[in-house]
Design a binder for this molecule. Structure first.
Ligand SMILES: Cc1cc2nc3c(=O)[nH]c(=O)nc-3n(C[C@H](O)[C@H](O)[C@H](O)COP(=O)(O)OP(=O)(O)OC[C@H]3O[C@@H](n4cnc5c(N)ncnc54)[C@H](O)[C@@H]3O)c2cc1C
Length: 394
């Protein structure tokens, strides 16, 4: 194993890195703590900056097959059915929405040598000493590795080891996620993401589709300010009626969706949303961080997985082009840290924009409706630095 890079965590980031390393002929093994992949069906938005990476990895067509094409956004007031703003996307590359499990499977399927992926391999800790890196895996002999990429998510053990004084903290927001069947009456939701914004609450709905199976679902994300999170685990099944009562409001459209959620046989899960202040560095010697392990963020710009996917592409590129991995890790960090830190900040700022009340909400609504009525392209221009980013130049 001494000549191999070990990637820890087969989430979206780890699997993308595996594809990118394989494409460049780099030797690696991927360790995942779970016994198998969880088939969590939640939706995920795949913005143009990500589609560009997946195009480079040769899987754009497969992505198209599992995705719903998003043409624009619609912002509504939580307290009515009033549309505050709407705009069409105008990027050269599509914006998709799909089921996270489908994206995960797509990435897994695109790895040709799947014998490199090992389940039930939980990294407990690692040691870097005398130019040697050893990994301690639960119930296994220690592994001597050439280098370690930690793609082990928001509660990364590697990040905790690099920065023992800092832990990911509960953000004060909880999200409820459900996937609903897609009756005919949901047709108006096709082709867009719809967001309701209100005091301490916001809701996002968008269709997921699987073109191959000719099926649609409605993906529902309900976010609430909730100071009383008790860390009982990563995802917790929620009482759907209790959730709906908290979110029922004066929007008949949204109330209808909430009633459908109660009636549906699908489970609604509650997720605590965790954040971490930006790290000063990600790479130390033969070890580096990637994705949520490096830059956990609130999901309010829908860019967490996007950043993990971009990271993976850039990291593979530097590993391939540099003569030693330590230099590659430093160059990768330099190429990525500024952009991901900025996106962490934007995601956080969006929490305030979505949840303001009173005069601030009136000003927000007025500004958004004015811009959307006069020149909605300004909204696209504001996010162009995120979506039009070309990872090949990083
Ligand atoms: C409500 C919500 C909505 C979201 N919507 C979007 C969206 O629309 N678009 C978007 O881009 N992002 C979105 N995100 C964010 C996105 O889900 C995450 O940013 C993304 O999954 C991070 O990927 P990752 O590979 O870094 O980590 P993860 O997906 O968390 O994967 C980490 C992997 O590491 C494994 N692991 C952990 N510890 C160990 C260990 N010690 N040893 C071995 N394996 C280990 C885990 O089992 C897991 O498989 C959303 C998040 C939430 C909560």
């Amino acid at each position: 194993m001494q000549d191999e890079i070990i990637v820890v965590g087969a989430g979206i980031g780890g699997l993308t890195l595996a594809c990118a390393l394989e494409q460049r002929g780099i030797n690696f093994q991927l360790y995942e703590q779970a016994d198998s992949f969880e088939a969590l069906g939640y939706g995920i938005q795949i913005s143009p900056n990500v589609v560009r990476v997946l195009r480079e990895l040769g899987v754009e067509k497969q992505l198209e097959n599992i995705s719903h094409l998003c043409l624009g956004f619609e912002l509504r007031s939580f307290n009515s059915d009033k549309v505050i703003a709407k705009w069409k996307l105008n990027h050269d590359i599509p914006y998709y929405q799909c089921r996270r499990a489908d994206l995960h499977q797509l990435l897994f399927n695109s790895i040709q040598d799947q014998s490199r992926i090992h389940f039930s391999r939980c990294l407990e800790f690692y040691q870097q000493k005398d130019n040697q890196l050893s990994l301690h895996i639960l119930n296994q002999e220690p592994v001597i590795a050439k280098a370690l990429v930690a793609a082990d998510g928001v509660h990364s053990v590697v990040r905790q080891s690099l920065f023992p004084q800092h832990k990911a903290e509960y953000s004060g927001y909880a999200a409820f996620r459900a996937i609903l069947p897609f009756p005919e009456k949901y047709r108006p939701f096709l082709g867009k993401a719809t967001v309701w914004m209100g005091e301490n609450h916001h809701v996002v709905v968008y269709p997921n589709s699987n073109e191959q199976a000719q099926r649609y679902w409605l993906n529902l994300v309900l976010v609430v300010k909730d100071k009383n999170w008790i860390d009982q685990g990563w995802t917790i099944p929620a009482d759907k009626e209790e959730v709906a009562i908290d979110f029922f409001n004066k929007s008949s459209l949204l109330n209808g969706i909430l009633r459908d959620m109660i009636a549906s046989s699908e489970t609604c899960f509650k997720w605590g949303l965790f954040i971490h202040k930006p790290l000063p560095y990600w790479s130390q010697g033969k070890v580096t961080l990637l994705g949520d392990a490096a830059h956990p963020m609130l999901p309010f710009q829908a860019q967490g997985a996007a950043m993990a996917i971009e990271d993976a592409y850039v990291l593979a590129k530097y590993i391939a082009s540099e003569s030693d991995t330590e230099t590659a890790f430093v160059k990768y960090q330099q190429a990525r840290i500024k952009r991901t830190t900025k996106i962490q900040a934007v995601s956080r700022a969006n929490a305030d924009i979505f949840h303001v009340s009173g005069v601030k909400a009136t000003i927000r609504n007025f500004t958004l409706s004015l811009v959307s009525a006069i020149n909605s392209n300004l909204i696209n221009q504001k996010s162009a630095w995120i979506y039009d980013y070309d990872v090949r130049n990083a």
